[in-house]
Design a protein around this ligand. Structure first.
Ligand code: GYE
Length: 631
Protein backbone atom coordinates (compact mmCIF):
# COMPACT_ATOMS: atom_id res chain seq x y z
CA UNK A 1 0.00 0.00 0.00
CA UNK A 2 2.69 2.38 1.08
CA UNK A 3 4.60 1.45 -2.04
CA UNK A 4 1.56 2.34 -4.19
CA UNK A 5 0.99 5.55 -2.31
CA UNK A 6 4.68 6.22 -2.46
CA UNK A 7 4.59 5.60 -6.16
CA UNK A 8 1.58 7.88 -6.58
CA UNK A 9 3.13 10.55 -4.37
CA UNK A 10 6.34 10.18 -6.23
CA UNK A 11 4.53 10.60 -9.55
CA UNK A 12 2.67 13.65 -8.20
CA UNK A 13 5.94 15.23 -7.04
CA UNK A 14 7.52 14.54 -10.42
CA UNK A 15 4.47 15.94 -12.19
CA UNK A 16 4.52 19.01 -9.94
CA UNK A 17 8.22 19.55 -10.62
CA UNK A 18 7.67 19.11 -14.37
CA UNK A 19 4.78 21.56 -14.27
CA UNK A 20 6.81 24.13 -12.32
CA UNK A 21 9.79 23.69 -14.63
CA UNK A 22 7.60 23.89 -17.76
CA UNK A 23 5.93 27.11 -16.69
CA UNK A 24 9.18 28.64 -15.44
CA UNK A 25 11.03 27.66 -18.64
CA UNK A 26 8.11 29.08 -20.60
CA UNK A 27 8.67 32.30 -18.72
CA UNK A 28 5.84 31.60 -16.34
CA UNK A 29 6.59 32.74 -12.80
CA UNK A 30 4.69 29.91 -11.12
CA UNK A 31 3.32 30.25 -7.61
CA UNK A 32 4.61 27.23 -5.59
CA UNK A 33 1.80 24.83 -4.78
CA UNK A 34 2.82 25.10 -1.11
CA UNK A 35 1.26 28.58 -1.24
CA UNK A 36 -2.05 26.80 -1.63
CA UNK A 37 -2.13 27.47 -5.36
CA UNK A 38 -3.12 30.68 -7.01
CA UNK A 39 -5.44 32.46 -4.62
CA UNK A 40 -4.61 31.58 -0.99
CA UNK A 41 -3.29 34.66 0.79
CA UNK A 42 -3.28 36.65 -2.45
CA UNK A 43 -5.68 39.51 -3.11
CA UNK A 44 -5.07 39.67 -6.84
CA UNK A 45 -3.27 37.87 -9.59
CA UNK A 46 -1.88 39.85 -12.50
CA UNK A 47 -1.36 37.78 -15.61
CA UNK A 48 1.32 39.01 -18.01
CA UNK A 49 1.44 37.85 -21.60
CA UNK A 50 4.71 38.91 -23.22
CA UNK A 51 5.12 38.57 -26.99
CA UNK A 52 8.61 37.16 -26.69
CA UNK A 53 11.59 37.19 -24.36
CA UNK A 54 14.13 37.57 -27.16
CA UNK A 55 14.22 41.35 -27.25
CA UNK A 56 16.07 43.00 -24.38
CA UNK A 57 13.42 45.62 -23.76
CA UNK A 58 10.75 42.91 -23.40
CA UNK A 59 12.87 41.17 -20.77
CA UNK A 60 13.33 44.60 -19.15
CA UNK A 61 9.55 45.06 -19.08
CA UNK A 62 9.01 41.72 -17.32
CA UNK A 63 11.74 42.56 -14.82
CA UNK A 64 10.24 46.00 -14.16
CA UNK A 65 6.77 44.48 -13.69
CA UNK A 66 8.18 41.92 -11.25
CA UNK A 67 10.18 44.55 -9.35
CA UNK A 68 7.09 46.71 -8.94
CA UNK A 69 4.80 43.83 -8.02
CA UNK A 70 7.27 42.59 -5.41
CA UNK A 71 6.48 45.74 -3.40
CA UNK A 72 2.94 44.45 -2.73
CA UNK A 73 2.70 41.25 -0.70
CA UNK A 74 -0.90 40.49 -1.70
CA UNK A 75 -0.31 40.79 -5.42
CA UNK A 76 1.04 37.91 -7.49
CA UNK A 77 2.32 38.09 -11.04
CA UNK A 78 2.25 35.20 -13.48
CA UNK A 79 4.21 35.76 -16.69
CA UNK A 80 4.11 33.88 -19.97
CA UNK A 81 6.33 34.04 -23.05
CA UNK A 82 4.54 33.62 -26.40
CA UNK A 83 7.94 33.06 -28.12
CA UNK A 84 6.74 35.31 -30.96
CA UNK A 85 3.72 33.12 -31.79
CA UNK A 86 0.22 34.64 -31.80
CA UNK A 87 -1.28 31.16 -31.49
CA UNK A 88 0.79 30.49 -28.38
CA UNK A 89 -0.06 33.93 -26.97
CA UNK A 90 -3.76 33.06 -27.28
CA UNK A 91 -3.11 29.78 -25.49
CA UNK A 92 -1.08 31.58 -22.82
CA UNK A 93 -3.99 33.92 -22.18
CA UNK A 94 -6.40 31.00 -21.82
CA UNK A 95 -4.00 29.40 -19.34
CA UNK A 96 -3.83 32.65 -17.37
CA UNK A 97 -7.63 32.83 -17.31
CA UNK A 98 -7.72 29.25 -16.09
CA UNK A 99 -5.23 30.26 -13.44
CA UNK A 100 -7.73 32.82 -12.16
CA UNK A 101 -6.01 36.06 -13.12
CA UNK A 102 -7.78 39.24 -12.07
CA UNK A 103 -6.12 41.50 -14.65
CA UNK A 104 -4.19 40.95 -17.87
CA UNK A 105 -1.16 42.94 -18.99
CA UNK A 106 -0.30 42.09 -22.58
CA UNK A 107 2.30 43.15 -25.09
CA UNK A 108 0.81 41.67 -28.28
CA UNK A 109 2.80 39.54 -30.73
CA UNK A 110 0.76 40.89 -33.60
CA UNK A 111 -1.68 43.65 -32.79
CA UNK A 112 -3.98 42.64 -35.66
CA UNK A 113 -4.15 38.96 -34.72
CA UNK A 114 -4.47 39.64 -31.00
CA UNK A 115 -7.20 42.29 -31.20
CA UNK A 116 -10.10 39.81 -31.06
CA UNK A 117 -8.61 37.85 -28.15
CA UNK A 118 -7.98 41.05 -26.19
CA UNK A 119 -11.57 42.16 -26.84
CA UNK A 120 -12.84 38.73 -25.69
CA UNK A 121 -10.95 39.00 -22.39
CA UNK A 122 -12.01 42.66 -21.90
CA UNK A 123 -15.65 41.87 -22.65
CA UNK A 124 -15.50 38.98 -20.17
CA UNK A 125 -14.90 41.55 -17.41
CA UNK A 126 -11.17 40.99 -16.88
CA UNK A 127 -9.40 44.38 -17.12
CA UNK A 128 -6.77 44.47 -19.86
CA UNK A 129 -3.73 46.73 -20.01
CA UNK A 130 -2.19 46.68 -23.50
CA UNK A 131 1.46 47.71 -23.67
CA UNK A 132 3.76 48.90 -26.42
CA UNK A 133 1.65 48.07 -29.47
CA UNK A 134 -1.88 49.49 -29.60
CA UNK A 135 -4.57 47.24 -31.06
CA UNK A 136 -7.27 48.62 -33.36
CA UNK A 137 -10.23 50.15 -31.56
CA UNK A 138 -10.65 50.69 -27.84
CA UNK A 139 -11.77 47.32 -26.52
CA UNK A 140 -9.32 47.29 -23.66
CA UNK A 141 -9.03 49.06 -20.30
CA UNK A 142 -5.82 51.02 -20.79
CA UNK A 143 -3.01 51.33 -23.33
CA UNK A 144 0.47 52.29 -22.16
CA UNK A 145 3.25 52.77 -24.65
CA UNK A 146 5.70 55.14 -26.30
CA UNK A 147 5.10 57.24 -29.36
CA UNK A 148 7.62 55.60 -31.69
CA UNK A 149 7.08 58.21 -34.42
CA UNK A 150 8.12 60.90 -31.94
CA UNK A 151 11.12 58.84 -30.83
CA UNK A 152 12.31 58.69 -34.43
CA UNK A 153 11.64 62.42 -34.91
CA UNK A 154 13.67 63.25 -31.81
CA UNK A 155 16.60 61.21 -33.13
CA UNK A 156 16.34 62.92 -36.50
CA UNK A 157 16.21 66.40 -34.97
CA UNK A 158 19.22 65.61 -32.80
CA UNK A 159 21.25 64.47 -35.82
CA UNK A 160 20.30 67.61 -37.77
CA UNK A 161 21.61 69.75 -34.89
CA UNK A 162 24.71 67.56 -34.61
CA UNK A 163 25.62 67.96 -38.30
CA UNK A 164 24.71 71.63 -38.44
CA UNK A 165 24.67 73.70 -41.60
CA UNK A 166 27.25 71.58 -43.40
CA UNK A 167 25.08 68.46 -43.25
CA UNK A 168 26.69 65.07 -43.77
CA UNK A 169 26.26 61.37 -44.43
CA UNK A 170 24.15 59.11 -42.22
CA UNK A 171 24.10 55.31 -42.44
CA UNK A 172 20.69 53.95 -41.38
CA UNK A 173 20.71 50.34 -40.13
CA UNK A 174 17.34 48.64 -40.38
CA UNK A 175 15.78 45.22 -40.19
CA UNK A 176 14.29 43.86 -43.37
CA UNK A 177 11.35 43.88 -42.85
CA UNK A 178 11.52 46.27 -39.96
CA UNK A 179 9.40 45.50 -36.90
CA UNK A 180 6.28 47.63 -36.27
CA UNK A 181 8.27 49.62 -33.72
CA UNK A 182 11.20 49.96 -36.11
CA UNK A 183 8.96 51.05 -38.97
CA UNK A 184 7.36 53.77 -36.86
CA UNK A 185 10.73 55.02 -35.60
CA UNK A 186 12.16 55.08 -39.12
CA UNK A 187 9.10 56.96 -40.34
CA UNK A 188 9.51 59.59 -37.64
CA UNK A 189 13.28 59.77 -38.24
CA UNK A 190 12.89 60.35 -41.99
CA UNK A 191 10.08 62.89 -41.48
CA UNK A 192 12.49 64.93 -39.36
CA UNK A 193 15.56 64.51 -41.57
CA UNK A 194 13.72 65.47 -44.77
CA UNK A 195 13.17 68.95 -43.31
CA UNK A 196 16.96 69.53 -43.38
CA UNK A 197 19.24 70.07 -46.37
CA UNK A 198 22.61 68.52 -47.03
CA UNK A 199 22.02 65.23 -45.19
CA UNK A 200 22.50 62.05 -47.26
CA UNK A 201 20.90 58.88 -45.91
CA UNK A 202 22.48 55.52 -46.77
CA UNK A 203 19.95 52.83 -45.91
CA UNK A 204 21.45 49.45 -45.06
CA UNK A 205 19.09 46.49 -44.68
CA UNK A 206 19.82 43.65 -42.31
CA UNK A 207 18.25 40.21 -42.13
CA UNK A 208 17.41 40.69 -38.46
CA UNK A 209 17.18 43.49 -35.92
CA UNK A 210 19.94 42.04 -33.81
CA UNK A 211 23.33 42.92 -32.41
CA UNK A 212 25.15 40.38 -34.57
CA UNK A 213 23.29 41.36 -37.76
CA UNK A 214 24.19 45.00 -37.11
CA UNK A 215 27.83 44.07 -36.51
CA UNK A 216 27.96 42.10 -39.77
CA UNK A 217 26.27 44.87 -41.78
CA UNK A 218 28.66 47.58 -40.57
CA UNK A 219 31.63 45.38 -41.39
CA UNK A 220 30.14 44.51 -44.79
CA UNK A 221 29.22 48.15 -45.56
CA UNK A 222 32.72 49.31 -44.52
CA UNK A 223 33.21 51.45 -47.66
CA UNK A 224 30.06 53.46 -46.95
CA UNK A 225 30.67 53.61 -43.19
CA UNK A 226 34.22 54.97 -43.62
CA UNK A 227 32.78 58.01 -45.45
CA UNK A 228 29.88 58.50 -43.02
CA UNK A 229 29.56 60.95 -40.13
CA UNK A 230 26.85 59.10 -38.20
CA UNK A 231 25.23 55.67 -37.94
CA UNK A 232 21.57 55.69 -36.89
CA UNK A 233 19.96 52.58 -35.40
CA UNK A 234 16.51 52.30 -33.83
CA UNK A 235 17.36 49.83 -31.06
CA UNK A 236 20.00 49.39 -28.38
CA UNK A 237 20.98 45.92 -29.45
CA UNK A 238 21.66 47.04 -33.02
CA UNK A 239 23.63 49.99 -31.67
CA UNK A 240 25.85 47.68 -29.61
CA UNK A 241 26.59 45.61 -32.71
CA UNK A 242 27.49 48.79 -34.61
CA UNK A 243 29.72 49.95 -31.73
CA UNK A 244 31.64 46.68 -31.78
CA UNK A 245 32.04 46.81 -35.55
CA UNK A 246 33.35 50.41 -35.47
CA UNK A 247 35.85 49.31 -32.80
CA UNK A 248 36.89 46.40 -35.05
CA UNK A 249 37.32 48.80 -38.01
CA UNK A 250 39.17 51.41 -35.94
CA UNK A 251 36.49 54.00 -36.78
CA UNK A 252 35.13 54.74 -33.28
CA UNK A 253 36.67 58.22 -33.16
CA UNK A 254 35.55 59.08 -36.69
CA UNK A 255 31.93 57.86 -36.89
CA UNK A 256 29.27 58.67 -34.27
CA UNK A 257 26.26 56.49 -33.44
CA UNK A 258 22.81 57.73 -32.46
CA UNK A 259 20.22 55.15 -31.42
CA UNK A 260 16.81 54.63 -29.82
CA UNK A 261 15.72 52.62 -26.76
CA UNK A 262 18.01 54.12 -24.12
CA UNK A 263 17.64 51.26 -21.68
CA UNK A 264 19.61 51.34 -18.43
CA UNK A 265 21.23 47.90 -18.44
CA UNK A 266 24.91 47.08 -19.03
CA UNK A 267 25.93 47.82 -22.63
CA UNK A 268 22.50 49.22 -23.32
CA UNK A 269 21.80 52.76 -24.58
CA UNK A 270 22.40 54.81 -21.45
CA UNK A 271 25.47 52.78 -20.47
CA UNK A 272 26.90 53.08 -23.99
CA UNK A 273 26.44 56.88 -23.81
CA UNK A 274 28.21 56.90 -20.42
CA UNK A 275 31.06 54.89 -21.95
CA UNK A 276 31.29 57.42 -24.81
CA UNK A 277 30.53 54.72 -27.41
CA UNK A 278 27.13 56.23 -28.31
CA UNK A 279 26.79 59.93 -29.10
CA UNK A 280 23.16 59.89 -27.96
CA UNK A 281 20.20 57.63 -27.40
CA UNK A 282 16.49 58.47 -27.42
CA UNK A 283 15.01 56.76 -24.38
CA UNK A 284 11.94 54.60 -24.80
CA UNK A 285 10.40 54.26 -21.36
CA UNK A 286 9.40 50.71 -20.64
CA UNK A 287 6.26 51.54 -18.69
CA UNK A 288 6.38 48.70 -16.19
CA UNK A 289 6.10 51.00 -13.20
CA UNK A 290 3.17 52.86 -14.75
CA UNK A 291 1.47 49.56 -15.65
CA UNK A 292 1.52 48.25 -12.08
CA UNK A 293 0.54 51.69 -10.73
CA UNK A 294 -2.55 51.76 -12.93
CA UNK A 295 -3.23 48.03 -12.47
CA UNK A 296 -3.61 48.62 -8.74
CA UNK A 297 -5.90 51.59 -9.38
CA UNK A 298 -8.02 49.42 -11.68
CA UNK A 299 -8.13 46.50 -9.24
CA UNK A 300 -9.09 48.92 -6.48
CA UNK A 301 -11.81 50.45 -8.70
CA UNK A 302 -10.25 53.88 -8.30
CA UNK A 303 -11.50 56.73 -10.52
CA UNK A 304 -9.15 58.53 -12.86
CA UNK A 305 -7.86 55.64 -14.93
CA UNK A 306 -7.36 57.02 -18.46
CA UNK A 307 -7.67 55.13 -21.75
CA UNK A 308 -4.19 55.74 -23.07
CA UNK A 309 -0.89 56.82 -21.51
CA UNK A 310 1.71 57.83 -24.10
CA UNK A 311 5.10 57.65 -22.38
CA UNK A 312 7.63 60.43 -22.72
CA UNK A 313 10.94 59.80 -24.51
CA UNK A 314 14.08 61.89 -23.89
CA UNK A 315 17.29 62.54 -25.78
CA UNK A 316 20.16 61.34 -23.59
CA UNK A 317 23.76 62.30 -24.37
CA UNK A 318 26.95 62.92 -22.43
CA UNK A 319 25.59 66.23 -21.20
CA UNK A 320 22.57 64.85 -19.35
CA UNK A 321 23.21 61.13 -18.89
CA UNK A 322 23.88 61.41 -15.14
CA UNK A 323 20.76 63.55 -14.60
CA UNK A 324 18.65 61.00 -16.48
CA UNK A 325 20.13 58.06 -14.59
CA UNK A 326 19.39 59.77 -11.29
CA UNK A 327 15.82 60.47 -12.38
CA UNK A 328 15.24 56.89 -13.56
CA UNK A 329 16.68 55.39 -10.40
CA UNK A 330 15.09 57.85 -7.98
CA UNK A 331 12.33 56.24 -5.99
CA UNK A 332 9.53 58.74 -6.38
CA UNK A 333 7.76 59.21 -3.08
CA UNK A 334 4.63 61.28 -2.71
CA UNK A 335 5.01 62.88 0.73
CA UNK A 336 1.34 63.88 0.65
CA UNK A 337 2.15 67.54 1.24
CA UNK A 338 -0.34 70.21 0.16
CA UNK A 339 0.33 71.31 -3.40
CA UNK A 340 -0.61 74.77 -4.72
CA UNK A 341 -2.07 74.73 -8.23
CA UNK A 342 -3.06 77.66 -10.44
CA UNK A 343 -5.69 76.62 -12.99
CA UNK A 344 -6.60 78.83 -15.96
CA UNK A 345 -10.01 77.60 -17.14
CA UNK A 346 -11.44 78.47 -20.59
CA UNK A 347 -14.78 79.77 -19.41
CA UNK A 348 -18.37 78.73 -18.62
CA UNK A 349 -19.58 78.32 -22.22
CA UNK A 350 -21.19 74.89 -21.99
CA UNK A 351 -22.61 72.23 -19.72
CA UNK A 352 -19.50 70.21 -20.46
CA UNK A 353 -17.31 73.05 -19.14
CA UNK A 354 -19.37 73.41 -15.98
CA UNK A 355 -19.06 69.67 -15.30
CA UNK A 356 -15.33 69.86 -16.05
CA UNK A 357 -14.82 72.72 -13.57
CA UNK A 358 -16.85 70.90 -10.92
CA UNK A 359 -14.82 67.70 -11.36
CA UNK A 360 -11.54 69.58 -11.00
CA UNK A 361 -12.65 71.54 -7.94
CA UNK A 362 -13.97 68.43 -6.17
CA UNK A 363 -10.93 66.29 -6.96
CA UNK A 364 -8.53 68.96 -5.70
CA UNK A 365 -9.99 68.54 -2.22
CA UNK A 366 -9.66 64.73 -2.43
CA UNK A 367 -5.99 64.96 -3.41
CA UNK A 368 -4.94 67.63 -0.84
CA UNK A 369 -4.40 70.23 -3.53
CA UNK A 370 -4.94 73.96 -2.93
CA UNK A 371 -6.62 75.02 -6.17
CA UNK A 372 -6.67 78.60 -7.39
CA UNK A 373 -8.90 78.63 -10.50
CA UNK A 374 -9.35 81.66 -12.76
CA UNK A 375 -12.20 81.57 -15.33
CA UNK A 376 -11.20 83.34 -18.56
CA UNK A 377 -14.60 83.61 -20.29
CA UNK A 378 -13.00 82.46 -23.56
CA UNK A 379 -10.39 85.24 -23.49
CA UNK A 380 -6.76 84.29 -24.18
CA UNK A 381 -5.61 87.63 -22.75
CA UNK A 382 -7.32 86.81 -19.46
CA UNK A 383 -5.56 83.44 -19.50
CA UNK A 384 -2.20 85.13 -19.96
CA UNK A 385 -3.00 87.39 -16.99
CA UNK A 386 -4.00 84.42 -14.86
CA UNK A 387 -0.82 82.49 -15.69
CA UNK A 388 1.35 85.50 -14.86
CA UNK A 389 -0.47 85.93 -11.56
CA UNK A 390 0.16 82.25 -10.73
CA UNK A 391 3.86 82.73 -11.51
CA UNK A 392 3.93 85.76 -9.21
CA UNK A 393 2.09 83.77 -6.54
CA UNK A 394 4.73 81.05 -6.80
CA UNK A 395 2.36 78.10 -7.21
CA UNK A 396 3.83 74.60 -7.51
CA UNK A 397 2.07 73.69 -10.77
CA UNK A 398 0.14 75.64 -13.41
CA UNK A 399 -2.67 73.96 -15.33
CA UNK A 400 -4.14 75.51 -18.48
CA UNK A 401 -7.18 74.62 -20.55
CA UNK A 402 -6.28 76.85 -23.53
CA UNK A 403 -9.07 78.63 -25.37
CA UNK A 404 -7.05 78.40 -28.60
CA UNK A 405 -4.06 76.31 -29.76
CA UNK A 406 -1.51 78.99 -30.62
CA UNK A 407 0.14 82.06 -29.11
CA UNK A 408 1.30 80.46 -25.85
CA UNK A 409 5.08 80.25 -26.32
CA UNK A 410 6.00 83.50 -24.54
CA UNK A 411 3.95 83.00 -21.38
CA UNK A 412 4.94 79.32 -21.19
CA UNK A 413 8.60 80.36 -21.38
CA UNK A 414 7.98 82.72 -18.46
CA UNK A 415 6.54 79.82 -16.43
CA UNK A 416 9.51 77.63 -17.38
CA UNK A 417 11.95 80.38 -16.42
CA UNK A 418 10.20 80.55 -13.04
CA UNK A 419 10.67 76.77 -12.68
CA UNK A 420 6.93 76.12 -12.61
CA UNK A 421 5.76 73.08 -14.65
CA UNK A 422 2.68 73.53 -16.84
CA UNK A 423 0.14 70.79 -17.53
CA UNK A 424 -2.30 71.17 -20.46
CA UNK A 425 -5.76 69.99 -19.44
CA UNK A 426 -8.70 69.23 -21.74
CA UNK A 427 -7.21 71.08 -24.72
CA UNK A 428 -3.66 71.24 -26.07
CA UNK A 429 -1.42 73.91 -27.58
CA UNK A 430 0.83 74.08 -30.63
CA UNK A 431 4.28 75.44 -29.74
CA UNK A 432 7.09 76.43 -32.12
CA UNK A 433 9.61 73.87 -30.83
CA UNK A 434 8.56 70.70 -28.98
CA UNK A 435 12.11 70.17 -27.73
CA UNK A 436 11.74 73.27 -25.55
CA UNK A 437 9.47 71.12 -23.38
CA UNK A 438 7.34 74.11 -22.43
CA UNK A 439 4.56 71.82 -21.18
CA UNK A 440 4.94 68.61 -19.19
CA UNK A 441 1.94 66.57 -20.35
CA UNK A 442 -1.44 66.78 -22.05
CA UNK A 443 -4.40 65.24 -20.26
CA UNK A 444 -7.66 65.08 -22.18
CA UNK A 445 -9.49 63.45 -25.05
CA UNK A 446 -8.46 62.29 -28.49
CA UNK A 447 -10.53 64.86 -30.41
CA UNK A 448 -9.53 63.48 -33.80
CA UNK A 449 -10.92 60.07 -32.77
CA UNK A 450 -14.12 61.75 -31.58
CA UNK A 451 -14.54 63.29 -35.04
CA UNK A 452 -13.91 59.91 -36.68
CA UNK A 453 -16.48 58.24 -34.41
CA UNK A 454 -19.11 60.82 -35.34
CA UNK A 455 -18.69 60.17 -39.05
CA UNK A 456 -18.46 56.39 -38.57
CA UNK A 457 -21.86 56.58 -36.85
CA UNK A 458 -23.23 58.54 -39.83
CA UNK A 459 -21.78 55.98 -42.26
CA UNK A 460 -23.29 53.09 -40.31
CA UNK A 461 -26.68 54.63 -39.49
CA UNK A 462 -27.60 57.13 -42.21
CA UNK A 463 -27.96 55.46 -45.57
CA UNK A 464 -26.17 57.39 -48.29
CA UNK A 465 -29.15 56.65 -50.56
CA UNK A 466 -28.54 58.15 -54.00
CA UNK A 467 -25.18 59.33 -52.78
CA UNK A 468 -25.63 63.01 -52.12
CA UNK A 469 -26.30 63.38 -48.41
CA UNK A 470 -25.72 67.01 -47.34
CA UNK A 471 -24.02 67.64 -44.00
CA UNK A 472 -24.02 70.85 -41.95
CA UNK A 473 -21.04 71.11 -39.60
CA UNK A 474 -21.44 73.39 -36.56
CA UNK A 475 -17.96 74.04 -35.20
CA UNK A 476 -16.74 75.28 -31.81
CA UNK A 477 -14.65 78.42 -31.37
CA UNK A 478 -12.07 79.37 -33.98
CA UNK A 479 -8.59 77.98 -33.31
CA UNK A 480 -9.50 75.67 -30.40
CA UNK A 481 -7.92 72.20 -30.53
CA UNK A 482 -11.31 70.38 -30.24
CA UNK A 483 -12.62 72.47 -33.14
CA UNK A 484 -9.66 71.77 -35.42
CA UNK A 485 -9.22 68.12 -34.46
CA UNK A 486 -12.86 66.99 -34.43
CA UNK A 487 -13.18 68.54 -37.88
CA UNK A 488 -10.04 66.70 -39.05
CA UNK A 489 -11.22 63.32 -37.72
CA UNK A 490 -14.72 63.73 -39.18
CA UNK A 491 -13.35 64.67 -42.61
CA UNK A 492 -10.87 61.76 -42.53
CA UNK A 493 -13.73 59.22 -42.46
CA UNK A 494 -15.90 61.41 -44.71
CA UNK A 495 -13.24 61.18 -47.40
CA UNK A 496 -13.68 57.37 -47.35
CA UNK A 497 -17.46 57.70 -47.89
CA UNK A 498 -18.26 59.68 -51.08
CA UNK A 499 -22.02 59.43 -50.57
CA UNK A 500 -21.86 62.27 -48.03
CA UNK A 501 -20.59 65.82 -48.27
CA UNK A 502 -20.20 68.81 -45.89
CA UNK A 503 -22.18 71.46 -47.78
CA UNK A 504 -22.20 74.08 -45.00
CA UNK A 505 -19.85 74.72 -42.10
CA UNK A 506 -19.95 77.56 -39.55
CA UNK A 507 -18.68 78.41 -36.06
CA UNK A 508 -21.00 78.23 -33.06
CA UNK A 509 -18.44 78.88 -30.28
CA UNK A 510 -19.58 75.79 -28.35
CA UNK A 511 -22.62 77.72 -27.05
CA UNK A 512 -26.39 77.09 -27.24
CA UNK A 513 -27.01 80.46 -28.91
CA UNK A 514 -24.13 79.84 -31.29
CA UNK A 515 -25.71 76.63 -32.56
CA UNK A 516 -29.10 78.28 -32.92
CA UNK A 517 -27.56 81.17 -34.87
CA UNK A 518 -25.87 78.85 -37.40
CA UNK A 519 -29.21 77.22 -38.30
CA UNK A 520 -31.07 80.52 -38.33
CA UNK A 521 -28.57 82.16 -40.69
CA UNK A 522 -28.61 79.13 -42.99
CA UNK A 523 -32.41 79.25 -43.23
CA UNK A 524 -32.33 83.00 -43.92
CA UNK A 525 -30.33 82.29 -47.09
CA UNK A 526 -31.32 78.77 -48.14
CA UNK A 527 -34.18 76.31 -48.45
CA UNK A 528 -33.61 73.53 -45.93
CA UNK A 529 -31.74 70.76 -47.79
CA UNK A 530 -29.56 69.41 -44.98
CA UNK A 531 -29.79 65.67 -44.20
CA UNK A 532 -27.30 65.53 -41.33
CA UNK A 533 -26.00 67.99 -38.72
CA UNK A 534 -22.60 67.29 -37.13
CA UNK A 535 -22.37 69.55 -34.09
CA UNK A 536 -19.03 69.68 -32.29
CA UNK A 537 -20.75 69.88 -28.91
CA UNK A 538 -24.13 69.32 -27.27
CA UNK A 539 -24.94 72.94 -26.44
CA UNK A 540 -24.74 73.96 -30.09
CA UNK A 541 -26.75 70.86 -31.08
CA UNK A 542 -29.49 71.75 -28.60
CA UNK A 543 -29.54 75.32 -29.88
CA UNK A 544 -29.80 74.02 -33.44
CA UNK A 545 -32.67 71.70 -32.45
CA UNK A 546 -34.52 74.67 -30.90
CA UNK A 547 -34.22 76.65 -34.13
CA UNK A 548 -35.20 73.69 -36.34
CA UNK A 549 -38.39 73.14 -34.36
CA UNK A 550 -39.19 76.83 -34.58
CA UNK A 551 -39.18 76.40 -38.37
CA UNK A 552 -41.24 73.21 -38.34
CA UNK A 553 -38.29 70.97 -39.19
CA UNK A 554 -38.39 67.70 -37.21
CA UNK A 555 -35.04 66.85 -35.57
CA UNK A 556 -33.98 63.21 -36.12
CA UNK A 557 -36.79 62.75 -38.68
CA UNK A 558 -36.09 65.45 -41.26
CA UNK A 559 -32.44 65.72 -40.25
CA UNK A 560 -30.16 63.42 -38.24
CA UNK A 561 -28.18 65.23 -35.56
CA UNK A 562 -24.87 63.96 -34.18
CA UNK A 563 -23.16 65.77 -31.32
CA UNK A 564 -20.04 65.47 -29.16
CA UNK A 565 -19.80 65.60 -25.35
CA UNK A 566 -22.70 63.25 -24.35
CA UNK A 567 -23.89 65.39 -21.42
CA UNK A 568 -27.09 64.52 -19.56
CA UNK A 569 -28.88 67.16 -21.62
CA UNK A 570 -27.82 65.28 -24.75
CA UNK A 571 -29.18 62.02 -23.35
CA UNK A 572 -32.46 63.76 -22.53
CA UNK A 573 -32.65 64.97 -26.13
CA UNK A 574 -31.99 61.43 -27.39
CA UNK A 575 -34.69 60.06 -25.12
CA UNK A 576 -37.07 62.73 -26.55
CA UNK A 577 -36.17 61.45 -30.02
CA UNK A 578 -34.58 64.73 -31.12
CA UNK A 579 -30.83 64.08 -30.95
CA UNK A 580 -29.67 61.03 -32.93
CA UNK A 581 -26.24 60.30 -31.49
CA UNK A 582 -23.85 61.61 -28.84
CA UNK A 583 -20.10 60.94 -29.04
CA UNK A 584 -18.68 61.05 -25.52
CA UNK A 585 -16.03 63.57 -24.50
CA UNK A 586 -15.48 62.98 -20.82
CA UNK A 587 -15.13 66.18 -18.72
CA UNK A 588 -14.67 64.22 -15.48
CA UNK A 589 -10.89 64.42 -15.65
CA UNK A 590 -10.40 65.85 -12.18
CA UNK A 591 -9.12 62.61 -10.56
CA UNK A 592 -6.69 61.88 -13.44
CA UNK A 593 -5.46 65.47 -13.40
CA UNK A 594 -4.89 65.53 -9.65
CA UNK A 595 -3.11 62.15 -9.78
CA UNK A 596 -0.87 63.50 -12.55
CA UNK A 597 -0.11 66.61 -10.46
CA UNK A 598 0.82 64.54 -7.42
CA UNK A 599 2.96 62.22 -9.60
CA UNK A 600 4.69 65.26 -11.11
CA UNK A 601 5.42 66.75 -7.69
CA UNK A 602 6.73 63.42 -6.39
CA UNK A 603 9.33 63.40 -9.14
CA UNK A 604 7.77 60.93 -11.57
CA UNK A 605 8.40 61.57 -15.24
CA UNK A 606 5.19 62.65 -16.90
CA UNK A 607 3.85 60.87 -20.01
CA UNK A 608 3.54 62.85 -23.23
CA UNK A 609 -0.22 62.39 -23.25
CA UNK A 610 -2.91 60.90 -20.97
CA UNK A 611 -6.06 60.20 -23.01
CA UNK A 612 -9.48 59.75 -21.37
CA UNK A 613 -11.87 56.81 -21.85
CA UNK A 614 -14.88 57.56 -24.12
CA UNK A 615 -17.73 55.83 -25.92
CA UNK A 616 -20.51 56.51 -28.45
CA UNK A 617 -24.23 56.53 -27.52
CA UNK A 618 -27.38 56.78 -29.60
CA UNK A 619 -31.13 56.54 -29.06
CA UNK A 620 -30.99 52.74 -28.90
CA UNK A 621 -29.17 52.89 -25.55
CA UNK A 622 -30.03 56.39 -24.23
CA UNK A 623 -32.71 55.17 -21.79
CA UNK A 624 -30.35 52.55 -20.32
CA UNK A 625 -27.53 55.00 -19.66
CA UNK A 626 -29.22 58.29 -18.79
CA UNK A 627 -29.47 57.48 -15.08
CA UNK A 628 -25.79 56.51 -14.90
CA UNK A 629 -24.43 59.75 -16.34
CA UNK A 630 -21.96 61.60 -14.14
CA UNK A 631 -22.35 64.91 -15.97
O1 GYE B 1 -16.57 69.74 -26.27
C1 GYE B 1 -17.24 71.82 -25.25
C2 GYE B 1 -16.49 72.81 -24.40
O2 GYE B 1 -12.69 71.58 -24.73
C3 GYE B 1 -13.51 69.36 -25.07
O3 GYE B 1 -15.15 72.71 -24.92
C4 GYE B 1 -13.85 70.78 -24.60
C5 GYE B 1 -14.95 71.39 -25.41
C6 GYE B 1 -16.30 70.66 -25.26
O4 GYE B 1 -17.03 74.04 -24.46
O5 GYE B 1 -18.52 71.56 -24.78
Amino acid sequence: MTKVIKTKWHILCVLAMVLIMAMTIGGCHFIPISDGGSKKGVASIIGVSQANMREEWRVALINELREETAKYEDIRIVTTDATGSAAKQIQDIDNLIGFGMDLLIISPCDEKMMGDKIKEVYDSGIPVIVMDRAVEGFDYTLYIGPDNEVIGQQAGSYIIDLLGEKGGDVVVLQGNPASVQGTERLSGFKSAIEKASGINLHEVYMGAESKDAAYDMVITARKIVEEADIIFTYSDNMALGACDALRELGLESKVMIVDCDGFKGADEGIDLVSQGRLKATVSCPIGGKEAIDYALSILNNESGVPKQVILRSNIIDKGNVEENLNRINADTVDDGRKIKVGYSQVGQESNWRLANTKSIEESAKDFNIELHMEIADQSQEKQFEAIRSFIKEGVDVIVVSPVVETGWDEVLREAKAAGIPVIMSDRNVLVENREENLTTTYLGADFVEEGRRAMRWVRDNVDAGDGDKHIMEIMGNVGASPTEERDRGFREILAENPGYDITYSAYGDFTFDGGRKVVREYLENNEWDIDIIFSQNDDMALGAIEELKAHGIKPDDDVKIISVDATTEAFEAMVRGELSCAVECNPIIGPQLMKAIRDLCSGKQMPFRIITDEKVYDQSVAEDYIRKRLY
